[in-house]
Design a protein around this ligand. Structure first.
Ligand SMILES: [Zn+2]
Length: 227
């Protein structure tokens, strides 16, 4: 028997990814300057352009990365790498990455705010599995979908009458924390100053400090985020 495990593969058309990427590059300063607004509104937080994703086998948690996750990961320097161009010396904001938690081999792609262009490379500053763990914890702490118990009217068998009697039943339903907007809509609303009064990402969870300590060179990295 042969067991094979592969990671997430972007399924969106290349043209869509290219358009999103261009939009991102043209408006990166706008997005960074409005970080707090994006983190506070679920519709913005869960905006997931096609070029933002992670991919790794064996462990759950890969797939599209919401913009909110990346902003938090840029803030705590986890998804930031030195620009590979020797003449630059600035930092690259990672927008996608892939790798193996077992071998540690990995690849990242991102945007250098100094060169104003796409950069890529592989990292050796921390073990790849630490990045995987961090993303998994982000997904647990800020889930895009929550499960709720919903009551509904149903029937159950009984020996008398028609053989059925009304009863309240329960079922588990999945609900999106917020309908995510596209990157184009987000940028349009930020430019127009029409910030939504949408739901926070998750009030109950955000009232706790969200802090993840990392080993290695990022030992001091943490995210503290309060509403
Ligand atoms: Zn650069």
């Amino acid at each position: 028997m042969k067991l094979t495990s592969i990671g997430y593969m972007p399924a969106s058309p290349a043209i869509e990814e290219q358009e999103d990427w261009q939009l991102f590059c043209q408006n990166i300063d706008l997005l960074l300057n409005n970080e707090k607004k994006i983190l506070n509104v679920a519709n913005y937080f869960f905006c997931q352009p096609s070029f933002m994703y992670c991919s790794f086998p064996y462990i759950q948690g890969d797939g599209r990365l919401p913009l909110g996750y990346l902003l938090l990961s840029w803030q705590n320097r986890l998804l930031v790498q030195p620009c590979p161009d020797s003449h630059c010396g600035d930092m690259t904001l990672i927008t996608s990455f892939s790798g193996s938690p077992l071998s540690g081999s990995n690849y990242w792609s991102g945007y250098c705010t100094n060169c104003r262009s796409r950069k890529s490379g592989s990292r050796t500053d921390i073990p790849f599995y630490e990045v995987v763990i961090f993303v998994s914890k982000l997904r647990q702490t800020f889930p895009a979908v929550v499960k709720e118990i919903e009551e509904y009217n149903g029937h159950q068998f009984c020996w008398g009458g028609t053989g059925l009697e009304p009863v309240i039943k329960k079922r588990i339903v999945s609900k999106a924390v917020g309908d995510s907007v596209t990157l184009a809509v987000l940028i349009q609303e930020l430019k127009a100053g029409q910030i939504r009064q949408g739901k926070p990402v998750n009030v109950r969870l955000l009232k706790r400090d969200f802090a993840l300590k990392l080993s290695g060179s990022l030992r001091t990295g943490s995210v503290n985020f309060r509403v």
